[in-house]
Design a protein around this ligand. Sequence first.
Ligand code: HEM
Length: 405
Amino acid sequence: MSDSAVAVRSYDVFAPEAQADPIPVLHRIRAESPVSHLPQLDAYLLTRHADIVAALKDRRLSPANMTQGLDAFTRDQQDELLPLRESIHLWMGHTVEADHVRFQQLLKRYFTPATVNGLRPRIRELTTELLDAAADRGGMDVVTDLAYPLPANVIAEMLGMPTSEREQLQTWSRDLLAIFQLADFERLRQAQRSVLEMEDYVRGLVRQRRTDPRDDLISMFVDAEREGLVTEHEIVANCVLLLFAGHETTAGLIANGLALLLQHPDELTRLRTDPDLTPAAVEEVLRCDGPASSIVRESTAPVEVGGLELPAGTRVYLAIAAGNRDPEVFPDPDRFDITRRPNRHTAFGLGAFYCLGAALARTETDECFRALLPRFPDLRPAYDELDRTPVPPLGHRLRSLRVEF
Ligand code: HEM
């Protein structure tokens, strides 16, 4: 380590208090040691908004290779997880720069705000179908009845996956979560089984589209394959990534958003009274409880972060959940204010790896709130406490969110 003068304290982000409620712990860490050390992860942690923004813009900090999580296992275990490792290596953010740019160029026109806006009517229809199904029951679990199926249906339709297969997609995606968490060997083995099943399934769709092209993302990939721009294995691996990324996080945004609105009845009333506030409300949910709580980077060269010199090969966790509540940038940061402006959060990252699906996630959540709130004027929680589960190291996820109407 360097002889830099910045005082760096160490923290246990796996301590029960941090797992139960990371935000107060992150506030304390930011105040005491904005650049800190996480001994269990052999990594540094950034909690100040300015340091996180600088790190996201710094190309010497590259997306940490997710397969590093696999390195801790025994040689035999690693051999068993080799197919998973090979697949992850083809995911767009984890390739070399030229391949990353090639994929961004192929995909970006499907994910611009304008293209996504064209999907609004269909997103509205899918939302209405889900609300119709729940309406007669007088209540629902927002997580399983709305937040998961809506984005799953949307991304599945974009890729051209038939409706009958979508329940299976959700099971696969749940298993894939292990790759993004600090999971044990058994969960990773299950994740690998699901990745391979998903790949087989997508490979079948790719082969169909070669002879019977349609107006969907896989057909676009097949065209690009014909032009020599992409290989079959790359298509298959990145469709798996999109199917997963396309709904797991957005489901979290919808569920966390409704939980926050139910926790803040005054803000809920404001939103009901003025639905034009919906886009700003979605931004405030992203800031206060965005589904991605941290982004991991690794230095490819010596680099300074938050005044500390780090050698090449150092892992850095950017705690976006902490940066998005930094009082230096967001006045009264723990206040949920659906009219907050400006609201320059980093819930979707920033710079070269900025979330490809940001416009899609925003639109889906926007449509969901706009349909749900007027439909159920008496929407109320049917729980005493939120049913949350930790997503180590610094995140959490709602397992259920029961409401009545
Ligand atoms: C609320 C929902 C979402 C959140 C909070 C979110 C969050 C993020 C974040 C923080 C990153 C940056 C990762 C990094 O810098 O290393 C990212 C990248 C990415 N996201 Fe999302 N995401 C969401 C929805 C989606 C959706 C709907 C899709 C696809 C349909 C998607 C696809 C991607 C892809 C492909 C990347 C990699 C981009 C690249 O490497 O250039 N995400 N997302």
